[in-house]
Design a protein around this ligand. Structure first.
Ligand code: TEU
Ligand code: CA
Length: 555
């Protein structure tokens, strides 16, 4: 396998609005990010992914871009962005941005021109279609609820949007659109950007016949992803994209790809794949409800272990995926993947160790490194997120009480990941001197950076050691290129695997159960590399207390 510059890197996702507020307006910004680069460096971060910072009306928190060439004034200026690039470079860090090109904002000038004159060439930048007897052209439900089709005022046309109605989908079949997007991407790469995280990219290929599907909900609509599922040919678009942009720069690209078809993985992330890598969402998809968050199945340990294991075994046949516990679209991993008795520092370290030492590119989401958890939400009014509001509505429509629907949203809301970063036990968790745009998690006195920096055994200091082990000259190769081999799969509570590169064999083992376990050790222990319980000695058997994780070098 050809080695790539990004194979051995550790990435960190910043959600700019909630990371650090430099000027006291309650909104995180570029100066805030710059002020925390040393913090990220100390954590061992190489690649920083910024969720969208482009000019936007923020209907979907920046995933609705009004100008691809401008920085949102809430976040700062282009000069400040250049400063961030330069400051990152000084520290040998790479910046990647979010690339949202399935759709733009309805405030983008292309869409404004299209609306102003639906006969102009700009209408063809989007999907403008005639309705069927005054009804929308097809029966698709958008990802955020309601029809995918919105009437174009003063016409009998509708435009297509898979997300909010303020996020019209771009017409990727139009070569002019593709060229505009490629120019924009190259413009950013020319600036010195290291690459992109690529948003919702599987959706760019449409079935242009827009056929109806069997309704699958009380609203009489069918999920629009079914159309995406039913169409072939996204690969050609993705190759065209890559060849005209990323490839020329040796850029690092990580695709947000749901609904990949069976057997397509190597086309996406193989040696000459469309992307460097894609996120592994297999564990997250376990809580996909058939109709929404309200019927999300509960998670159980063995299914989770089997899912992660199978994914690792599949992925290593062709490339690298990016491993996450959480991101800005997901609830906090500690609250989601750990049983209640494990939602504490020991359990948090255990989960982090598994995630970071799997084969793949680890992405840490802001706050994960201090063990941030879901917030307590007292009413639906407290949420900001467009998707949460839709899911609340869907749950109520399905017959859940207000209280039950609130419980569902509290458990699943994307806002759980978007509450401000907890820097200290000062007012507003040290995130802002003003009024935060979204409420701060009430637990910030107990969970924050400043306190954890001082405590040698804190989650933060453990994460620092964990990243350092992964990147150490001694173990870097095995943790980057070593194969993944599951172990102790027959147990009820242990998630364990070897990483093996032919030279070194490492064992990572975690006990998710309430009881201690004692297991045979097929390979004698050479060294204890890491322990969340301060264990420095291991006899001939593997002893793990409840919530203990250990990293061993085997003989
Ligand atoms: O997400 C795409 C996506 O399909 C999921 O986010 C999912 O629909 C959503 O989490 C439901 O709650 C990307 C971004 O990550 C997300 O933040 C944006 O809202 C979305 O695209 C639209 O740009
Ligand atoms: Ca600010």
């Amino acid at each position: 396998m050809e080695k790539k510059w990004w194979h051995d890197k550790v990435a960190y996702q910043i959600y700019p609005k909630s990371f650090c507020d430099g000027n006291g307006d309650g909104i995180g910004d570029l100066q805030g990010i710059i002020s925390r680069l040393d913090y990220l460096k100390e954590l061992g971060v190489d690649i920083v992914w910024l969720s969208p910072i482009y000019k936007s009306p923020f209907v979907d928190q920046g995933y609705d871009i009004a100008d691809y060439y401008a920085i949102a004034e809430e976040f700062g200026t282009m000069e400040e962005f250049d400063e961030l690039l330069a400051e990152a470079k000084k520290r040998d860090m790479y910046i990647i941005m979010d690339l949202v090109i399935n759709h733009c904002s309805d405030q983008h000038e292309w869409f404004q021109k299209a609306l102003a004159n639906p006969k102009s060439e700009y209408a063809d930048y989007f999907y403008f279609r005639e309705g069927k007897n005054g009804n929308p052209p097809s029966n698709y439900r958008s990802y955020f609820g309601g029809s995918c089709w919105e009437p174009v005022p003063r016409t009998d046309l509708f435009y297509f949007h898979m997300f909010a109605k303020e996020q019209p989908d771009l017409n990727w079949e139009n070569p002019k659109v593709r060229q505009e997007l490629y120019n924009m991407i190259n413009w950013w790469l020319d600036k010195g950007l290291a690459g992109f995280r690529i948003d919702a990219i599987i959706n760019i290929k449409k079935n242009l016949a827009f056929p109806d599907f069997e309704p699958d909900g009380a609203d009489g609509l069918a999920g629009c992803w079914k159309m995406v599922d039913s169409v072939d040919g996204v690969g050609e678009l993705l190759e065209d994209l890559k060849k005209n942009t990323f490839q020329k720069y040796d850029a690092f690209t990580v695709g947000e790809v749901f609904n990949m078809k069976e057997g397509e993985r190597s086309e996406f992330i193989g040696e000459d794949g469309h992307f460097s890598t894609i996120f592994d969402f297999s564990a997250h998809c376990l809580s996909d409800g058939a109709h929404g968050w309200y019927d999300a199945p509960p998670l159980d340990f063995k299914t989770w272990r089997e899912t992660v294991t199978n994914s690792q075994l599949e992925v290593q046949k062709c490339g690298f995926e990016a491993n996450i516990i959480e991101n800005h679209d997901e609830p906090r991993g500690v609250s989601r993947f750990l049983p209640e008795y494990a939602q504490n520092p020991a359990g948090t370290k255990m989960l982090g160790t598994i995630s970071l030492l799997l084969r793949g590119i680890p992405f840490i989401y802001q706050g994960q490194e201090i063990g941030m958890q879901n917030a307590v939400w007292n009413s639906i009014e407290e949420f900001d997120d467009i998707s949460t509001k839709d899911q609340y509505h869907t749950a109520r429509e399905a017959g859940l009480t207000d209280e039950e629907a609130l419980e569902v949203c509290s458990r699943m809301s994307r806002d759980n990941a978007r509450t401000p970063m907890q820097w200290s036990s000062e007012k507003n968790a040290g995130f802002t001197s003003g009024t935060p745009w979204l409420k701060v998690n009430a637990n910030y006195q107990a969970i924050n950076v400043k306190q954890q920096e001082k405590a040698p055994d804190s989650v933060l200091n453990y994460y620092r050691r964990l990243v350092a082990v992964r990147k150490s000259p001694e173990y870097k190769n095995v943790f980057t290129y070593g194969t993944f081999e599951p172990e102790y799969e027959e147990t009820d509570t242990v998630m364990a695997f070897y990483r093996h590169d032919g030279e070194k064999r490492m064992l990572v083992a975690a006990n998710f159960g309430r009881e201690a376990v004692e297991l045979e050790l097929p390979y004698p222990v050479k060294n204890i590399i890491l322990s969340n319980m301060g264990r420095i000695h291991m006899e001939d058997t593997l002893k793990l207390d409840s919530l203990e994780v250990i990293v061993l070098e085997c003989r």
